[in-house]
Write a protein that binds this ligand. Structure first.
Ligand code: C5P
Length: 228
């Protein structure tokens, strides 16, 4: 059971943030701190997390260190440089973690996760060794052809939007990276490719990923509503 084992969290925040219109979202203000500090604090406060690794873009390393290092974040064991693709950043974080049996990967750009989601994720991952937060999609999803015309309307009842945290037994995520051939947009896809069943657990519609400037306004409003 994970309670007797070490759990590491990788916070990936090394994206280019191209869709943010020039704002560096991880350093944007949220609840009196930055988005990055907000995310890191949730993991620092979790009784289930032992180590935290933060992954940043090369040109943000200095700024990130100057923000996080003076804060005495006891579980923060490293701040490392990410890579071109998201999965390269996750791998850099994985290599930087001290030895642990379970790993949570979380988007630095999702600062509004709550404590419950960390425990739910760890519990869900006990079944198959891998789990991902997700919410049912609320829009109808269509597949298009090369002319932009609808080819297929998908059955919404079985569609989920994947979020983070995504939780792994350490040896499984390691194996996922060892065998990775394709580029993926989330980390559980690497273990799906090994034929491992990935358990979905309830994320939250508040657990938004800051992608556009509108998301930041929404996050600030949600943060105020939650009183933090
Ligand atoms: O690009 P996407 O929106 O999926 O990014 C999700 C998270 O992954 C963000 O927190 C982003 O900073 C991170 N990321 C990363 N390294 C990359 C690309 C994305 O750490 N090369």
């Amino acid at each position: 059971m994970f309670r007797d084992q070490k759990v590491g969290a990788i916070i990936v925040a090394a994206g280019s943030g191209e869709r943010m219109g020039g704002i560096d979202k991880i350093f944007a203000p949220l609840g009196g701190v930055t988005v990055l500090e907000h995310t890191v604090q949730v993991f620092e406060k979790s009784p289930y997390i032992d180590f935290i690794t933060v992954v940043l873009r090369k040109d943000n390393l200095e700024h990130g260190m100057s923000l996080l290092c003076p804060k005495n974040i006891s579980k923060l064991t490293s701040i490392c440089q990410g890579g071109m693709r998201r999965q390269d950043s996750t791998l850099a974080g994985l290599n930087a973690l001290p030895q642990c049996q379970w790993v949570l990967v979380h988007d630095g750009a999702r600062p509004l996760l709550d404590q419950g989601i960390i425990l739910d994720g760890l519990e869900a991952a006990q079944e198959t060794g891998a789990a991902a937060a997700a919410v049912p999609v609320t829009d109808t999803i269509k597949r298009t052809d090369e002319d932009g015309c609808v080819k297929e309307t998908l059955q919404r009842q079985s569609l989920w939007a994947a979020q983070t945290p995504q939780v792994f037994r350490f040896d499984l995520i390691e194996a996922g990276f060892r065998h990775a051939t394709d580029s993926v947009t989330d980390d559980v896809a690497l273990v799906e490719a090994l034929g491992i069943r990935v358990k979905l657990f309830n994320g939250s519609y508040d657990n938004i990923k800051l992608t556009t400037p509108t998301d930041l306004v929404l996050a600030q409003a949600l943060c105020q509503q939650k009183g933090n």
